[in-house]
Design a protein around this ligand. Structure first.
Ligand SMILES: [Fe+2]
Length: 335
């Protein structure tokens, strides 16, 4: 009898455990995340299932899956895509005292549908032997003809660039943003190609003078298995441009709970975990991102790049202005 009871209890407990899972649709493409998911599993006993793809593909998938979507959490590497998911009613509002209290208002959705987890700044990267920092100042000034033939930057279909332009629209207006984009195109050293790291490599190898890239890529190049990346980045230094009436452009990686999340409670637990001090520390140390949680320090390498003033606009505006930014890039001829 006792044996039978134990057996039944074990079967019942394991069926409960089998049900404890959370399904993540993630655009993040970093090794650190694997460690974080494992930490969460060990801490909570909730199994993390991950579908990795580009945010646009994940959004498409969630849309076609509709109410039957197994997705619990959507993670993107950009505020613009989180905004898009929200617009398509793919996310639901989350009441989490921890998230609302600990993530600053400019770094979360005003309707509680997504929360930033890490910050990244989009900066100028120049050669160590270059004196360009004496000429560099604002993002606005990157359109100045004095930089003709000197700027290398990736294509306009990239969301990091779209968000930078969305911020430019927010600081000025569409007309100004178009003029600016045209000015930057006129200053390009080559037709845009490759990712952020390719821009840094190009300048390291003497193609152009100023690469535009997200900060964490510098960290990833420093600690890379590929010697050519380490060599290229060893020649480079960072300059933090500012907006004329603001600070350095900030974008975020963030997460929201899916509208039809089958494991909503686990989903909220998962996002709260990613915003916890221990997870934030790993984002900072392992992926060279800026933690969104106050009191968590940047990694030593990131700190060595220096401090800067963060831009003051709400991250919400990056999504709100995204469609305008895409149109403006087209008009400006930014490939
Ligand atoms: Fe990235």
């Amino acid at each position: 009898m006792f044996k039978k009871l134990v057996l039944v209890t074990i079967i019942f407990a394991s069926s409960l455990m089998a049900a404890a899972e959370v399904n993540i649709y993630s655009h993040r493409h970093y090794d650190t995340d694997k460690k974080l998911f494992k930490m969460f599993e060990e801490k909570t006993g909730i199994k993390v299932n991950v579908v990795k793809a580009k945010a646009s593909a994940l959004i498409k998938r969630m849309t076609s899956e509709g109410k039957n979507s197994p997705a619990d959490v959507l993670i993107t590497v950009d505020a613009g895509r989180l905004f898009q998911a929200k617009q398509k009613d793919l996310l639901q509002a989350v009441d989490s005292e921890y998230l609302t209290k600990n993530i600053p208002a400019i770094y979360r959705d005003k309707d509680k549908k997504w929360f930033a987890l890490t910050k990244r700044s989009r900066v100028a990267v120049i050669r160590k032997d270059s004196t360009k920092e004496n000429e560099l100042s604002t993002y606005e000034d990157l359109a100045n003809p004095k930089f003709k033939g000197q700027i290398v930057v990736r294509g306009s279909n990239n969301i990091y660039n779209q968000s930078l332009l969305a911020a430019m629209i927010e600081h000025h207006d569409e007309e100004y943003a178009l003029k600016w984009a045209k000015g930057v195109v006129a200053n390009m050293a080559r037709t845009p190609k490759g990712n952020d790291r390719a821009q840094v490599k190009a300048v390291a190898n003497g193609i152009g003078e100023i690469a535009i890239a997200n900060t964490y890529y510098i960290g990833k190049m420093v600690h890379n298995k590929d010697a050519s990346q380490r060599k290229a980045v060893s020649k480079m230094k960072i300059f933090f441009p500012k907006f004329e009436n603001g600070g350095t452009h900030i974008n975020v990686s963030g997460a929201g709970v899916a509208a039809y999340a089958p494991n909503k409670v686990n989903a909220i637990k998962f996002i709260e975990f990613l915003a916890s001090p221990e997870a934030q520390k790993l984002f900072a140390e392992g992926n060279y991102e800026y933690p969104v949680l106050a009191g968590v320090k940047s990694s030593d390498l990131v700190a060595s790049w220096g401090t800067f003033e963060e831009d003051n606009i709400s991250i919400n505006s990056l999504g709100e202005n995204n469609a305008k930014a895409v149109k403006i890039f087209d008009k400006a001829g930014w490939k």
